[in-house]
Design a protein around this ligand. Structure first.
Ligand code: MG
Length: 166
């Protein structure tokens, strides 16, 4: 088994839509960033890359690279998931926390959970999305942060070679 941890934070940007876990969330403000600024998918991508000891999201998809401008962050996650599979691992479960004072995410957690499970091709019961506020402390007023932990399981050799043949 392998375990990986990811963390990210983005500032609010009033001109952009808010995306979390690939889902557009009703909000008066989105997040600033070079890509679509999906802070949850960035944390999750880093957790996957960390679990296999691969270079992190900032190294693999640098914000200085114009190719990634306004990119949908699911591409980063899918690329990380492909690296995980290529090295013979599968995702066991994901546990993530989004830290946001606004908007309130209770009503959206289920949708985000299902979206993340689809992106990773795992059952929704293996994905946990939690939402916390900072109770009004300064960072919560300026942006949104996310943390993610993933557990990877070794793909049995027999099924890995069967997959290659198929
Ligand atoms: Mg980021």
């Amino acid at each position: 088994m392998r375990v990986g941890i990811g963390y990210d934070i983005h500032r609010f940007d009033g001109k952009r839509p808010l995306k979390l876990g690939g889902v557009v969330i009703p909000s008066s403000r989105g997040l600033a960033g070079h890509s679509d600024a999906d802070v949850l998918l960035h944390a999750l991508t880093d957790a996957l890359l960390g679990a296999i000891g691969a270079p992190d999201i900032g190294e693999q998809f640098p914000s200085s690279d114009p190719r990634y401008r306004n990119t949908e962050s699911r591409h980063f996650l899918e690329a990380a998931a492909a690296q995980v599979r290529h090295r013979g691992w599968s995702v066991g479960n994901v546990d993530a926390t989004v830290i946001a004072d606004t908007p309130r995410l209770e009503a959206h957690k289920r949708r985000i959970r299902h979206a993340v499970s689809r992106l990773l091709a795992i059952h929704p019961t293996h994905v946990s999305i939690k939402a916390k506020t900072t109770e009004g402390f300064e960072p919560g007023r300026e942006g949104i942060a996310a943390q993610a932990v993933v557990l990877l399981k070794k793909i049995p050799r027999s099924s890995a070679s069967a997959r290659r043949k198929g």
